[in-house]
Write a protein of this length. Structure first.
Length: 231
């Protein structure tokens, strides 16, 4: 669940990498589980990533370049995998909504792995890892007997990638389109939260009941539903 705060909180730059590989049953993505001892999102399954460090800022003022550097570094630190800038495709950008206790401005990248590197988590901040098809992960979070749960950015990214038959198809689609920008308007509703995104009829007003196109994620009773009616 999203931790909220009434105080004005800073927004930290960050980067996340969705590592994808081809498998006999179709493309898989790498999810890592944060240790339950970690205060922020402890126990959550996420993609590798983290805050931009001072050492990542090689060109002052170039936030994208800093995010690329952070993406490469975090992938090695959290998953033991070496990737290059050429492998990164800019998928989306997420800003944690106002009202959240911790806020990040996060670049999401897709990176296709085409070698036999083995994932090695550090056993500290990251406890476990798994390769899983997006469709399987989405099916699991709908299982009421399964404790597997995700935060909206991870969930929406899996929905975005679930329809691709192989890694190259996913990479080509991401490369040829503009990155999606998500700056959610967080609205509390009965049983949970509705995150309104740009293009939703209620985005500007915060009116979850507004008539018109829907572009939103519902997080209700720990279950997620993404609706996108954009052309």
């Amino acid at each position: 669940m999203i931790e909220t705060s009434d105080e004005v909180t800073p927004v930290y730059p960050a980067a996340t990498v969705i590592l994808m590989r081809d498998a006999p049953t179709g493309p898989e993505v790498l999810l890592v589980q944060r240790s339950t001892a970690v205060r922020h999102m402890g126990g959550q399954w996420v993609f590798p990533g983290g805050r931009v460090d001072p050492a990542d800022i090689t060109v002052p003022g170039d936030d994208y370049r800093s995010a690329v550097n952070a993406a490469i570094r975090e992938t090695q630190e959290e998953a033991g995998l070496v990737i290059t800038e050429d492998q990164l495709e800019y998928l989306s950008h997420w800003t944690t909504p106002e009202g959240a206790k911790k806020r990040f401005s996060t670049w999401f990248f897709l990176a296709v792995l085409e070698d036999d590197q083995e994932v090695q988590v550090d056993g500290g901040e990251i406890a476990l890892h798994r390769w899983v098809s997006p469709a399987t992960a989405l099916a699991e979070i709908d299982d009421p007997d399964n404790p597997f749960n995700l935060m909206p950015p991870t969930f929406v990214s899996l929905v975005d990638l679930a329809s691709h038959l192989d890694c190259n198809a996913a990479r080509c689609v991401v490369r040829e389109r503009q990155a999606m920008i998500y700056a959610p308007n967080m609205v509390f509703i009965d049983g949970g939260i509705c995150f309104l995104y740009e293009g939703d009829a209620g985005y500007a007003s915060g009116d979850e009941q507004a008539t018109g196109p829907r572009h939103r994620t519902y997080m209700v009773n720990q279950k997620l539903q993404y609706i996108c009616e954009l052309n």
